[in-house]
Write a protein of this length. Structure first.
Length: 559
């Protein structure tokens, strides 16, 4: 029985019809089949969570299977990273971790079966010639001059291909379907190519490798997958998926296509992401500016927020572009609930409280979360010299500026009321220090006489503050569609030169000394930050800004 708490969609409707007519004996078995030629990105998360969620909703099974059919682009590094990222999303494939390479012998035997039926042939055309013969969307293709080779000749050549007698690119095995088909995917697609390359799992055992379309459906069949959930670009491949299975007479899963979810200001093409990494536009696959799951994790995004985001987006049949602010909304909502608060001054301005006793240090108890007392509290030291944000002071403040200025009084969060009495500048005229006085009767930030103070600012004790490096991230691309470029340019011309700002001399409260890599905090009035899991060390605090405090998407949604 289906889990009724999960929203319905057109895929669930198909599954429920199958369950009614007992097509798969009531089974639901899905899979996520990544090619290990790069790191997973936010779009992959949608497919992973959809496939896993369907299996969970119907009490079924979920496989993680690597379609590892191209040793020229696949690496163990990618396999390990994908396994880790899928686990991080909260997905459990139990003991069902598979590889298409596990089925290489079976796929080869089935290819022989097609040859014996006269449904496949060895072709000597080059890759360029095959493209020329294939035709166009408006013109039919032409038969290869090698299409009518005899079955014995094809069997002999294919066996010799397997033995390694021919060089790369000299021959391929093609299905014999219909070169005049309006669906180009049915115009005698290539099943095998010769690649004398070492495979991450099978080594040099094979020198011919199956194409994705040939390996994909048959792997689904071998594993007993019931519903092969794919993105829309595979819709035109479905007739081929079904043709292979029909010709072989094997168990037939049902392929179903859904719309992928693209986000604005992002790029998810593996080829283009690899270029960004290789050419140094970003600092590796885990750069927090990338939409890779590794990058998002390093930036501080949570798996729970990503799951909530894709649940809210839903499942559709038409591709769409989703506002990045919507994803930020779910990240912000999750972090608001789970992140303890702390004070950090990103651009410090020193303040001397002249009437505060020299050498005295007080401690103020502040809640770790203002709405969640169960998260406890922390003790923050206060002394005669403190740091505040440079932006919290203006020498000539406008009327609606409610922070510090000459003669103005503000509340130091959880501490005292202070009034600016003097401004110290350097020779260039830059403000380098403020002199203030405090009201001893306002301890804890409470007014002793009921007077109103409209401004509240955060601070850290200069004597106790810790140095920290703060990394502020912005969108990697300047345009919503990074591919929107002038003639002669490419997507790299839209890279935002200010996508990363590094602040070296930030000051944070001493309670963060023991912050662990990956730890998340809300820096009060600043945003949500996490301890960088790569560069932070016990002697070096490095924080990534995950996201700011403003929720623009939620405001738009309410309109």
């Amino acid at each position: 029985m289906a889990d009724e708490t999960i929203p319905s969609n057109f895929i669930r409707t198909i599954i429920e019809k199958h369950n009614e007519n007992r097509r798969f004996d009531g089974r639901v078995h899905t899979r996520f089949p990544p090619e290990p030629n790069g790191y997973l990105h936010i779009g992959h998360a949608k497919s992973i969570l959809l496939n896993y969620g369907l299996a969970q909703a119907y009490g079924g099974k979920f496989n993680l299977r690597f379609d590892d059919t191209n040793p020229l682009k696949e690496e163990q590094e990618y396999i390990d990273a994908i396994v880790e990222d899928v686990k991080w999303l909260g997905v459990d494939w139990e003991d069902r971790l598979f590889f298409a390479s596990d089925y290489f012998q079976q796929l080869y035997d089935w290819a022989v079966q097609l040859i014996e039926k006269g449904k496949a042939y060895v072709d000597d055309l080059s890759a360029d010639e095959i493209r020329q013969y294939r035709g166009t969307l408006t013109e039919p293709g032409r038969n290869s001059p090698y299409r009518d080779r005899s079955v014995p000749e094809n069997l002999d050549l294919f066996a010799r291909m397997k033995k390694g007698e021919f060089p790369d690119g000299s021959r391929v095995l093609r299905a014999k379907i219909d070169m005049a088909s309006p669906n180009i995917n049915l115009r005698d697609p290539v099943l095998y190519r010769i690649l004398h390359a070492e495979h991450p799992r099978t080594g040099t055992e094979w020198c011919i490798y199956p194409m994705y379309d040939w390996a994909h459906g048959q792997s689904d069949s071998i594993e007993g997958v019931t519903h092969s959930i794919c993105t829309l670009e595979f819709q035109d491949h479905r007739p081929l998926y079904d043709w292979f299975i029909e010709q072989l007479g094997i168990y037939a899963p049902q392929q179903i296509e859904f719309a992928r979810g693209a986000l604005n200001y992002t790029m998810t093409s593996k080829r283009k992401l690899l270029r960004l990494v290789k050419q140094g536009f970003v600092n590796g696959w885990d750069d927090p500016r990338l939409p890779t799951l590794r990058g998002l994790r390093r930036r501080g995004f949570t798996a729970a927020a990503i799951r909530a985001f894709w649940d809210a987006v839903g499942v559709a049949k038409v591709n769409s572009v989703i506002d990045w602010a919507m994803l930020e909304h779910f990240i912000r909502d999750d972090l608001n609930q789970t992140s303890p608060r702390a004070m950090a001054v990103l651009k410090p301005l020193k303040v001397l409280i002249e009437n505060y006793p020299e050498g005295m240090v007080e401690e103020f108890e502040l809640p770790n979360h203002p709405q969640k007392p169960e998260m406890g509290s922390r003790v923050v030291p206060f002394s005669r010299e403190i740091y505040i944000e440079q932006t919290d002071f203006m020498e000539e403040p406008p009327r609606k500026f409610f922070r510090l200025g000459p003669g103005r009084e503000v509340r130091l969060l959880g501490a005292y009321y202070v009034t600016c009495t003097d401004v110290v500048k350097d020779e260039a005229g830059h403000v380098v220090k403020l002199r203030c006085t405090y009201d001893p009767e306002s301890r804890g930030g409470q007014s002793p006489d009921g007077r109103k103070v409209r401004g509240t600012i955060h601070w850290v004790s200069a004597q106790h503050a810790l140095d920290a490096e703060i990394r502020l991230y912005d969108q990697l691309f300047l345009k919503e569609n990074p591919e929107d470029v002038e003639e002669g340019q490419d997507f790299t011309s839209n890279i935002n030169p200010n996508s990363l700002q590094i602040i070296k001399n930030a000051k944070v409260e001493p309670n963060l000394a023991g912050a662990k890599p990956g730890g998340r905090f809300q820096f009060m009035r600043q945003g949500y930050f996490n301890v960088d899991p790569v560069d932070a060390t016990p002697g070096k605090l490095v924080f990534n800004r995950t996201i700011g405090l403003r929720d623009t998407w939620a405001k738009v949604k309410k309109k």
